[in-house]
Write a protein that binds this ligand. Structure first.
Ligand code: DAH
Length: 398
């Protein structure tokens, strides 16, 4: 259908900008007739009336089709105002100029034609509104629809820190032996950290356990960051009568300068078993079982005499070198053995601090260094790697 408003030499954007006015101008040109009375137009018979209304209807239809195609909200508004505007819309003018002044014998006929035109226009409007709403809804649905062809969001999987893995592995082993896992405070009193573990004030064992002391108000008991998890031996026995079988995983602190084998923070797992009739054999069996579970069935263990103030006798638990299988290498300094951890039978002096009857009860204790055991398991040569959180390091344990 030829477009009545198309002006060929005007670019579309310009045409749109002036469109509402164009409609108006064009309409008034084509519909000059609506500003004249029927008499002036020489329309008398009902056929002539019908033909005139048909002309208007056709004009409306063609304009409406055009707007529908262009689907531009501002122009649509102008279009409806031009037709339905109360003051000077086409329908108003037809009412004023054709209907009102019409001859009495024409009036009924003109009125019917006008009503038919009105309801036609109204029907189109309702239909157009519905179509616009439906289209808007379609657009919204399309916009909100999930595009399943888009690439997914990759969430790189995290993994547990190697130290955490060691903690969990050790906990698993001791839980299977009937031990419970308990946690204790990282801030301790000197009493639990030292005295009750048979390390009195000027004991040389305190030298390598220099730590961080909290500033305490005058008269208040001083507090320190625990240097080992052993204080939980005392705290547990204070609260509980034998049988005691616990492990205590946790952080410990020392005033050490960081290097490949030292840090001011590291991790331990304390172990304590106290009951009637616990012998050195039980101790040795437990330790061997643990080492084999943790490092593998081929590893052999040996107990080397050592000293800790809270165990008697005290030992260092050694294992055949995991790197050379005991033949001798750089890591084990050609000895074939590597040191794993300290342990021993609980010194009866400690029972004195917790009111256990040393004649009735006996037991053993051990203190596992989590960094060290992890180091041996994965051949890690620098303790600082654990704390730098470099994903290139951590990823290897995923
Ligand atoms: N608490 C000791 C330390 O940090 C380790 C230790 C040795 C704990 C022997 C024990 C033990 O329970 O029996 O150096």
């Amino acid at each position: 259908m030829p477009c009545p408003y198309m002006i060929a030499d005007v670019r579309p954007s310009v045409r749109y900008a002036f469109d509402s006015r164009l409609i108006f101008i064009k309409m008034s040109e084509r519909l000059q007739k609506i500003d004249q009375t029927l008499q002036q137009l020489g329309v008398g018979t009902s056929d002539q009336v019908s033909a005139l209304f048909a002309e208007v209807r056709e004009l409306f239809n063609s304009e409406e089709a055009l707007h529908r195609k262009e689907n531009d909200a501002a122009n649509l508004q102008a279009f409806w105002t031009a037709w339905l505007g109360r003051k000077s819309g086409v329908l108003t003018r037809i009412t004023e100029n054709w209907l009102k002044p019409s001859q009495p014998e024409q009036k009924r006929n003109v009125g019917q034609e006008l009503n038919a035109l009105k309801s036609h226009i109204e029907a189109v409007r309702v239909e157009q509104t519905a179509a616009i709403e439906a289209a808007a809804e379609q657009t919204a649905i399309a916009r909100e629809r999930e595009d399943l062809s888009l690439p997914g969001v990759t969430r790189p999987l995290g993994s547990r820190h190697p130290l955490r893995q060691t903690f969990e592995e050790i906990e698993r082993i001791f839980l299977s032996l009937g031990y419970s896992v308990v946690a204790g405070p990282e801030m301790e009193t000197p009493y639990y950290n030292f005295e009750a573990l048979n390390i009195p004030e000027h004991h040389p064992a305190r030298d390598n356990m220099d730590t961080f002391y909290m500033a305490a108000p005058q008269g208040a008991a001083p507090l320190l960051l625990r240097t080992h998890t052993s204080p939980m031996q005392v705290r547990t026995m204070e609260k509980q009568q034998p049988p005691v079988r616990i492990i205590v995983p946790g952080k410990v602190y020392r005033r050490d300068n960081p290097d490949a084998t030292h840090g001011f923070i590291f991790h331990q797992i304390e172990g304590l078993a106290v009951d009637t009739d616990i012998t050195f054999c039980d101790f040795k069996g437990t330790v061997e079982y643990f080492v084999r579970e943790f490092l593998g069935p081929k590893v052999k263990t040996r107990l080397r005499p050592s000293y800790f103030p809270f165990t008697e006798p005290s030992v260092e638990v050694d294992a055949t070198c995991v790197f050379c299988g005991g033949r001798g290498c750089n890591v084990c300094k050609q000895s074939g053995w590597i040191e794993l951890f300290g342990a021993g039978m609980v010194d009866p002096a400690v029972y004195g601090f917790v009111n256990y009857d040393a004649k009735k009860y006996s037991g053993f204790a051990f203190g596992l260094g989590v960094e060290r055991l992890t180091q041996l398991k994965y051949n890690i040569n620098d303790l600082q790697l654990y704390f730098q959180n470099d994903v290139r390091f951590l990823r290897q344990f995923a």
